[in-house]
Design a protein around this ligand. Structure first.
Ligand SMILES: *Cc1c(COP(=O)(O)O)cnc(C)c1O
Length: 252
């Protein structure tokens, strides 16, 4: 697959079309979220919709913010920084959702309110170090490789608790919950298993009452499966292509 990098030079016509589609897509997704929330005995406002904005120009993102999209997630440091000045930051929560290399941490700490992809003590320590330098505490989620896939980011499910215990000892960083990208499944019934396993882990860890850790956010579900994720207990879904249209850009 060829990777289409963000170039920021989308044609005027393309941008206008994206905005039109976004308005309609957003309305539909909110309805779906409300229905799935209801099916799981919750209220629509209990679920956070985070827009995954990779390859989307800032102009389209800001239009989305004007529609009411208030959580944004970028997954590449360079692309995030290239749009950072343009985001309507007063009206949105900026988060980082992609794999993060330790040497890039200092570029985003202080600019994002939450980093969803912490999967090692080394990464946690670097986030904490950069945060302390700025006199802040950075909120994070621990990413779990719930399918136990090789070459995929995330801590192994059976090692999650130990990692959380270690991170809980570090000043300058606060764990708020868990995030997962389950394996690609042919059937939605298969993916539900992974979502259910995440929810079990989430509840299980919550029950341990580890100091300095809260289990408030369970971030799982993307364009193709966010309704299943909500029905299985997600509190946050990360939706990209269903909001902004298809992109030829692989999810890592
Ligand atoms: C791109 C991305 C998403 C959204 O993917 P879609 O299938 O386009 O909805 C969610 N999470 C992460 C980490 C991503 O990079």
């Amino acid at each position: 697959m060829t990777e289409r990098l963000f170039d920021g030079n989308m044609m005027e016509k393309e941008i206008e079309e994206k905005k039109r589609n976004l308005k309609e897509n957003y309305r539909e997704i909110r309805e779906n979220i409300a229905a799935a929330a209801k099916a799981s005995g919750r209220k629509p406002e209990d679920i956070t919709l985070l827009a995954a904005t990779k390859t989307v120009p800032a102009e389209v993102i800001n239009y989305g913010i004007s529609l009411g999209i208030d959580y944004l997630g970028e997954n590449k440091v360079q692309e995030f920084l290239s749009k950072y000045d343009e985001y309507d930051k007063k009206r949105c929560h900026l988060q980082f959702i992609g794999h993060l290399q330790t040497n890039k941490v200092k570029q985003i700490v202080g600019k994002v309110e939450l980093i969803q992809s912490v999967d090692s003590v080394k990464l946690a320590r670097e986030i904490a170090k950069c945060s302390q330098r700025l006199g802040i505490v950075t909120n994070v989620l621990v990413e779990v490789n719930i399918g136990g896939e090789e070459n995929k980011s995330g801590v192994k499910p059976e090692e999650a608790k130990a990692l959380l215990r270690e991170i809980s000892q570090i000043q300058g960083i606060l764990v708020k919950g868990l995030m997962a990208i389950p394996p690609i499944c042919e059937k939605n019934s298969e993916i539900r298993r992974y979502f259910a396993a995440m929810r079990k882990l989430f509840i299980d860890i919550r029950g341990e009452n580890i100091d300095n850790i809260t289990m408030d956010i369970l971030s799982m579900g993307m364009s193709s499966d966010y309704m299943e994720a909500i029905e299985e207990g997600a509190t946050m879904v990360r939706v990209g292509s269903s909001l902004f249209g298809a992109r030829s850009y692989p999810v890592k």
